[in-house]
Design a protein around this ligand. Structure first.
Ligand SMILES: *Cc1c(COP(=O)(O)O)cnc(C)c1O
Length: 408
């Protein structure tokens, strides 16, 4: 039986939030009361098709029976025991990540930013162990690495860094896919090159195979670590376990950062790395109290176990979604083109897109807008064609009403 929550209405909930919660988020006007499958239910009694999925977190949708039973079972067995001791699940998840990626070892933390932090420490430690001046990081403009000081230092969007300067020095930013700039930026002073194979917050920007191959060559030549930030694009979202795997069997980074979908809704972060990168962190050099806790690892094991059957479905249903979006695009001259892979989809508009978000919400579809003009869709992997049809019908109606007032 669902718990009966104290009777409150939407306005009261919002007012209390505004009074007591730090105002660091600009929220949409929706109070979520519960969720099931691919739908969220509002306090207002309405049902919303969830093509945000908690920003790519709820890969299995909401309340998936296998997740619910894994959590229930694990909660009664072991939740947390700290990293002073072993428990069986960390090693099992690390082994699965190793088998999927071709890399050797995993460090566990609790979020994407923490994974990026750990990857930066690994790169700096790796560089310094070779030469005390080998500490530079090469990162991309428009990128997003999270909100901690280390992570904003490699986030190529000045608005996230400026209020907190000085941030960590020694980061060179180059434009995504700029081969000449990459070649010029990497040298013997470089400890690491970090990029998202598909930039998420930056507007679903796909890194080219040529850029990735050059980054791999330069990292190897200058003995720097190549870090793929797959916090958003990884773990099956693109139809492969890792987005870098679309670049062929020859491409392998030294370090991968993971988080969002890895424990199907529970907080987790992970850094999967080569033996040489992992060797940087001797006992005591890095850690996390909550990292790799039994509960999150139990759900991650469940999720990774389902991934092989989910990925063909992601490929199939995303192809259908893309075809339907392409049809829709031909009818509206403010729609330019699609970006992304699998179920990481951006619809590039040539007008500001923000105003379509509340309009779609009003019509029962949750999506968001990044980089000003990119409508972003990160639906759960378990959507079916009927859900795509439902989303397309909402978008068709939202677009039929024309550019939003104030254009965004
Ligand atoms: C969301 C995101 C992060 C940060 O993750 P948090 O869990 O919010 O700290 C880092 N990198 C990428 C690519 C992301 O999309």
């Amino acid at each position: 039986m669902p718990v009966a929550y104290p009777e409150t209405d939407t306005e009261q909930i919002v007012a209390r939030d505004h009074q007591y919660v730090v105002r660091n988020y600009g929220r949409y006007p929706l109070v979520v009361s519960r969720a099931d499958g691919v739908y969220l239910y509002g306090e207002d009694g309405r049902k919303y098709l969830d093509f945000v999925s908690g920003i790519g977190v709820m890969a299995l949708g909401h309340s998936h029976p296998r997740v619910v039973s894994a959590i229930a079972d694990q909660i009664g067995t072991l939740v947390h025991c700290s990293n002073l001791y072993y428990h069986p699940l960390q090693g099992e998840v690390a082994q699965l990540l190793s088998e999927l990626s071709g890399l050797q070892r995993t460090f566990f933390c609790n979020s994407g930013a923490e994974a990026v932090e750990a990857a930066l420490k690994i790169a700096k430690g790796y560089g310094r162990a070779r030469d005390s001046a080998k500490t530079e990081i090469v990162a991309l403009e428009e990128s997003f690495g999270g909100r901690t000081l280390g992570a904003i230092s490699v986030t190529g969007q000045p608005k996230y860094r400026a209020p907190f300067e000085p941030v960590i020095p020694g980061v060179r930013f180059i434009a995504p896919n700029d081969l000449g700039a990459l070649e010029a930026a990497v040298g013997d002073q470089t400890a690491g090159i970090v990029f998202e194979p598909i930039l998420g917050e930056g507007g679903i920007i796909e890194i080219s195979a040529e850029f990735a191959a050059l980054a791999r060559r330069l990292a190897t030549k200058h003995d720097a670590l190549l870090i793929c930030d797959e916090v958003q694009c990884g773990m099956g979202r693109t139809g492969q376990a890792f987005a870098f795997q679309h670049w062929g069997a020859d491409f392998l980074p030294d370090v991968i950062t993971l988080a969002k979908p890895l424990a199907a809704g529970l907080p987790i972060g992970a850094v999967v790395c080569s033996e040489a990168a992992a060797a940087v962190l001797a006992p005591g050099m890095h850690g996390s109290t909550f990292g790799g806790g039994a509960l999150a690892c139990r759900v991650a094991r469940e999720f990774l176990g389902m991934l092989p059957e989910l990925m063909p479905h992601v490929r199939e249903v995303s192809a259908y979604f893309r075809a339907r979006l392409a049809d829709l695009a031909t009818n509206h001259d403010f729609v330019n083109r699609q970006r992304g892979r699998g179920l990481m989809v951006g619809l590039e508009l040539n007008i500001p897109g923000g105003g379509f978000v509340p309009r779609a919400q009003e019509l029962g579809l949750l999506m968001n807008c990044t980089a000003g003009n990119i409508l972003r869709f990160l639906p759960p992997f378990v959507i079916e064609r009927e859900h795509v049809d439902e989303a397309i019908a909402v978008l068709a109606e939202a677009f039929r009403q024309g550019p939003p007032d104030g254009a965004g």
